[in-house]
Design a protein around this ligand. Structure first.
Ligand SMILES: Nc1nc2c(ncn2[C@@H]2O[C@H](COP(=O)(O)OP(=O)(O)OP(=O)(O)O)[C@@H](O)[C@H]2O)c(=O)[nH]1
Length: 125
Protein backbone atom coordinates (compact mmCIF):
# COMPACT_ATOMS: atom_id res chain seq x y z
CA UNK A 1 0.00 0.00 0.00
CA UNK A 2 2.88 2.40 0.72
CA UNK A 3 4.05 1.95 -2.88
CA UNK A 4 0.54 2.74 -4.12
CA UNK A 5 0.51 5.80 -1.84
CA UNK A 6 3.75 7.02 -3.41
CA UNK A 7 2.33 6.46 -6.92
CA UNK A 8 -0.80 8.35 -5.83
CA UNK A 9 1.33 11.32 -4.78
CA UNK A 10 3.24 11.31 -8.07
CA UNK A 11 -0.05 11.04 -9.96
CA UNK A 12 -1.50 14.07 -8.11
CA UNK A 13 -4.03 15.47 -10.61
CA UNK A 14 -3.00 13.56 -13.71
CA UNK A 15 -4.02 9.97 -14.35
CA UNK A 16 -1.25 7.37 -14.62
CA UNK A 17 -2.33 3.79 -15.39
CA UNK A 18 -1.37 1.39 -12.60
CA UNK A 19 -1.60 -2.39 -12.52
CA UNK A 20 -1.84 -4.28 -9.23
CA UNK A 21 -0.89 -7.95 -9.48
CA UNK A 22 -1.51 -10.59 -6.83
CA UNK A 23 1.13 -13.21 -7.66
CA UNK A 24 1.55 -16.89 -6.73
CA UNK A 25 -2.06 -18.01 -7.14
CA UNK A 26 -0.67 -21.56 -7.41
CA UNK A 27 0.14 -21.36 -3.68
CA UNK A 28 -3.52 -20.91 -2.73
CA UNK A 29 -3.06 -22.81 0.56
CA UNK A 30 -0.58 -20.15 1.69
CA UNK A 31 -2.74 -17.19 0.71
CA UNK A 32 -2.61 -14.29 3.16
CA UNK A 33 -4.43 -11.62 1.11
CA UNK A 34 -8.00 -12.41 0.06
CA UNK A 35 -9.35 -11.77 -3.45
CA UNK A 36 -11.86 -9.30 -2.03
CA UNK A 37 -9.11 -7.36 -0.32
CA UNK A 38 -7.18 -7.17 -3.59
CA UNK A 39 -10.21 -5.76 -5.43
CA UNK A 40 -10.89 -3.37 -2.55
CA UNK A 41 -7.36 -1.95 -2.68
CA UNK A 42 -7.61 -1.65 -6.49
CA UNK A 43 -10.85 0.32 -6.10
CA UNK A 44 -9.33 2.52 -3.42
CA UNK A 45 -6.26 3.34 -5.53
CA UNK A 46 -8.07 3.46 -8.89
CA UNK A 47 -5.99 0.76 -10.55
CA UNK A 48 -6.53 -2.53 -12.33
CA UNK A 49 -6.24 -5.78 -10.39
CA UNK A 50 -5.32 -9.25 -11.58
CA UNK A 51 -4.36 -12.42 -9.75
CA UNK A 52 -1.62 -14.34 -11.54
CA UNK A 53 0.94 -17.08 -11.18
CA UNK A 54 4.35 -16.47 -12.69
CA UNK A 55 5.22 -20.10 -11.99
CA UNK A 56 2.14 -21.72 -13.50
CA UNK A 57 1.35 -19.79 -16.69
CA UNK A 58 1.85 -16.48 -18.40
CA UNK A 59 -1.55 -16.10 -20.10
CA UNK A 60 -3.14 -14.07 -17.30
CA UNK A 61 0.04 -12.02 -16.98
CA UNK A 62 -0.16 -11.30 -20.72
CA UNK A 63 -3.80 -10.26 -20.38
CA UNK A 64 -2.99 -8.02 -17.42
CA UNK A 65 -0.14 -6.22 -19.19
CA UNK A 66 -2.19 -5.87 -22.38
CA UNK A 67 -4.93 -4.22 -20.31
CA UNK A 68 -2.34 -1.87 -18.79
CA UNK A 69 -1.01 -0.92 -22.24
CA UNK A 70 -4.57 -0.40 -23.56
CA UNK A 71 -5.28 1.84 -20.59
CA UNK A 72 -2.07 3.84 -21.19
CA UNK A 73 -2.84 4.18 -24.92
CA UNK A 74 -6.40 5.37 -24.28
CA UNK A 75 -5.14 7.82 -21.69
CA UNK A 76 -2.57 9.17 -24.16
CA UNK A 77 -5.20 9.52 -26.90
CA UNK A 78 -7.54 11.38 -24.57
CA UNK A 79 -4.74 13.73 -23.54
CA UNK A 80 -3.77 14.56 -27.13
CA UNK A 81 -7.46 15.01 -28.08
CA UNK A 82 -7.86 17.50 -25.21
CA UNK A 83 -4.67 19.27 -26.29
CA UNK A 84 -5.94 19.56 -29.90
CA UNK A 85 -9.30 20.89 -28.68
CA UNK A 86 -7.57 23.43 -26.45
CA UNK A 87 -5.33 24.58 -29.33
CA UNK A 88 -8.28 25.04 -31.69
CA UNK A 89 -10.21 26.94 -28.99
CA UNK A 90 -7.21 29.24 -28.54
CA UNK A 91 -7.08 29.78 -32.33
CA UNK A 92 -10.79 30.60 -32.47
CA UNK A 93 -10.51 33.02 -29.56
CA UNK A 94 -7.45 34.66 -31.21
CA UNK A 95 -9.46 35.11 -34.44
CA UNK A 96 -12.42 36.52 -32.54
CA UNK A 97 -10.10 38.80 -30.61
CA UNK A 98 -8.59 40.05 -33.88
CA UNK A 99 -12.06 40.56 -35.38
CA UNK A 100 -13.25 42.69 -32.55
CA UNK A 101 -10.06 44.67 -32.31
CA UNK A 102 -10.20 45.38 -36.06
CA UNK A 103 -6.87 43.79 -36.92
CA UNK A 104 -5.72 42.28 -40.24
CA UNK A 105 -7.33 38.89 -39.49
CA UNK A 106 -10.67 40.67 -39.32
CA UNK A 107 -10.35 41.98 -42.86
CA UNK A 108 -9.34 38.48 -43.97
CA UNK A 109 -12.43 37.03 -42.27
CA UNK A 110 -14.70 39.66 -43.86
CA UNK A 111 -13.27 38.87 -47.31
CA UNK A 112 -13.98 35.16 -46.87
CA UNK A 113 -17.44 35.78 -45.50
CA UNK A 114 -18.31 38.02 -48.47
CA UNK A 115 -17.19 35.38 -50.94
CA UNK A 116 -19.51 32.87 -49.22
CA UNK A 117 -22.46 35.25 -49.19
CA UNK A 118 -25.54 33.38 -50.49
CA UNK A 119 -26.79 36.51 -52.25
CA UNK A 120 -23.64 37.02 -54.30
CA UNK A 121 -23.34 35.09 -57.61
CA UNK A 122 -21.55 31.75 -57.52
CA UNK A 123 -18.01 32.04 -58.89
CA UNK A 124 -16.81 28.93 -60.76
CA UNK A 125 -13.07 29.42 -61.05
N1 LIG B 1 5.11 -20.81 -6.58
C1 LIG B 1 5.42 -19.64 -7.13
N2 LIG B 1 6.61 -19.10 -6.93
C2 LIG B 1 6.89 -17.90 -7.49
C3 LIG B 1 5.97 -17.21 -8.30
N3 LIG B 1 6.53 -16.06 -8.69
C4 LIG B 1 7.76 -16.04 -8.18
N4 LIG B 1 7.99 -17.14 -7.44
C5 LIG B 1 9.19 -17.48 -6.72
O1 LIG B 1 9.33 -16.60 -5.64
C6 LIG B 1 10.72 -16.36 -5.40
C7 LIG B 1 10.96 -14.89 -5.38
O2 LIG B 1 10.76 -14.38 -6.65
P1 LIG B 1 11.25 -12.96 -7.06
O3 LIG B 1 11.00 -12.80 -8.53
O4 LIG B 1 12.64 -12.78 -6.56
O5 LIG B 1 10.22 -12.02 -6.35
P2 LIG B 1 10.43 -11.03 -5.09
O6 LIG B 1 9.32 -10.04 -5.15
O7 LIG B 1 11.83 -10.54 -5.10
O8 LIG B 1 10.20 -11.99 -3.85
P3 LIG B 1 8.85 -12.41 -3.12
O9 LIG B 1 8.72 -11.50 -1.96
O10 LIG B 1 9.05 -13.85 -2.72
O11 LIG B 1 7.72 -12.27 -4.08
C8 LIG B 1 11.48 -17.11 -6.47
O12 LIG B 1 11.91 -18.33 -5.93
C9 LIG B 1 10.45 -17.35 -7.53
O13 LIG B 1 10.67 -18.50 -8.26
C10 LIG B 1 4.69 -17.82 -8.50
O14 LIG B 1 3.81 -17.32 -9.16
N5 LIG B 1 4.46 -19.03 -7.88
Amino acid sequence: KSLLDTIGKVRSNSYIPVLLLGNKTDLEHRRTVGVEEGHQVALEYNCQYYEVSAAENYVTINIAFQALLRDAKMNQQQKSMLKRRRTSLVNVSKKLGAMFSGKKDCAEFDKRRTSMDVNSPLKLT
